[in-house]
Write a protein that binds this ligand. Structure first.
Ligand code: FAD
Length: 377
């Protein structure tokens, strides 16, 4: 049976759902189409860490701030628990402290402060050899594997969004989608395929040199203490552009290359977040390929756990789970194109979709309805 909607969204990951939310807030009738029976991509494999502090200066940082606001707005109605708030960005080296001191002088440090080791309190239970930490209030953390299904269920129940699951979209034209379960008609279409770079508009991904990135993740047993905010450390300061683009990051990069070369080689940095049952989600690593292999290497996990031990001054608790995830990767925060009139192609290419999708979705939907033809590049 053919159906007609104001907007069709391809992809029920966080990016697709963010566009659906922005559209229903404008009163649009929306259908979300996904080939999987339930969310199974990057959006449920991530930390659920909505990171504002450290995002690239300017528009990405503003998108992240807006996205954190939207997560807070919808958490109650959608019954999504915000499990942690803020960030504890630990400095283990003087060079890391210098980066954080410089960061604190920028406009991005709104709501952030510096704490000496003695003042870290419950922010860092079980301290390793650290010099202090930047603390922020604006970031937050949700449990993605439940938050994404709840967000979809709320969009369906409270905003009458239709979900077509188990439906692969094979072709998109203005006003029409051909799927594995039939044709869907929609006045406007937003394609949010995550890291499927070959099914829809592959030439756009290829032209923008988009590839894929594989990450290794671990869940550790409850350590017996509680973290009010996610924890990161020096290695993150040379990855997150809000810090890494500061001139002070050069000295830190050089020291890390000398002391933690293997960590840098495998793109390892430390993020530690805590779930409601006390278990910790810990990661991650970064390996790039058009088709990354699906295997999690033990030596790479060992590098992640080594940084955990340095920061917390104790051996990591037992590993409960291991998994890998992949996301689309390219220079720049995201690929947003108008391949056809009334059609947008949107992929976050920087591994920050949980942190920025709501802000990005609002921008794309506003532009789609203001300039439906888009700019045909
Ligand atoms: C391990 C890991 C940790 C991360 N940690 C964080 C973090 O803490 N904070 C953060 O901000 N970001 C994080 N990220 C990045 C973030 O998860 C991604 O940027 C984001 O989830 C991308 O969302 P998406 O909706 O584009 O992709 P996905 O979640 O992959 O969803 C895309 C969906 O599109 C569907 N689809 C694709 N093509 C078709 C088609 N032709 N027909 C039908 N359906 C189709 C797929 O089935 C899929 O469900 C992490 C990523 C990973 C992998």
């Amino acid at each position: 049976m053919e159906q007609h909607f104001d907007l069709a969204v391809v992809g029920a990951g966080v990016v697709g759902l963010a566009h659906a939310l922005a559209a229903v807030r404008l009163g649009k009738r929306v259908v979300v189409i996904d080939r999987d029976a339930q969310a199974n991509g990057a959006s449920v494999r991530n930390f659920g860490f909505v990171t504002v502090t450290g995002q690239a200066r300017g528009e990405v940082w503003r998108r992240a701030r807006r996205s954190a606001e939207v997560w807070s707005e919808i958490a109650g109605p959608a019954e999504i628990d915000v499990l942690q708030r803020g960030l504890t960005m630990v400095a283990r080296r003087p060079e890391a402290m210098a980066v954080l001191e410089a960061f604190l002088e920028t406009e991005m440090a709104d709501g952030c402060g510096w704490r000496e080791v003695a003042d870290l309190g419950d922010r860092l239970p079980g301290q390793g050899k650290v010099l202090g930490a930047l603390t922020s209030q604006v970031d937050l953390r949700v449990e993605s594997r439940t938050a994404i299904p709840r967000l979809a269920a709320w969009l369906e129940a409270a905003h009458a969004v239709t979900f077509l699951r188990g439906a692969a979209v094979r072709g998109v034209e203005t006003g029409r989608l051909e799927t594995s379960v039939g044709v869907v008609h929609a006045d406007a279409i937003v394609v949010c395929p995550g890291d499927d770079l070959v099914t829809l508009f592959p030439e756009r991904f290829s032209r923008a040199e988009v590839t894929r990135c594989k990450l290794q993740m671990l869940r550790l047993a409850d350590p017996g203490w509680r973290l009010p905010a996610p924890v990161m450390s020096d290695l993150g300061l040379v990855r997150y552009l809000g810090y890494a683009a500061l001139p002070q990051a050069d000295a830190l990069r050089a020291r890390l290359a000398a002391e933690q070369g293997a960590h840098l080689q495998h793109g390892v940095h430390l993020i530690v977040v805590q779930s409601a049952d006390g278990s910790l989600v810990v990661g991650d690593s970064h390996h790039y390929a058009a088709t990354p292999d699906p295997f999690a290497r033990d030596d790479v996990d060992a590098l992640i756990l080594d940084e955990f031990a340095q920061v917390f001054g104790q051996a990591p608790p037992p590993v409960l789970e291991r998994w890998t995830g992949t996301y689309a990767s390219a220079a720049g925060h995201s690929l947003v194109e108008a391949p056809l009139p009334c059609v947008r192609l949107v992929t976050v290419t920087s591994g920050t979709g949980a942190s920025t999708a709501f802000g990005l979705g609002e921008e794309v939907i506003a532009d789609l309805y203001a300039r439906p033809q888009g700019v045909m590049a």
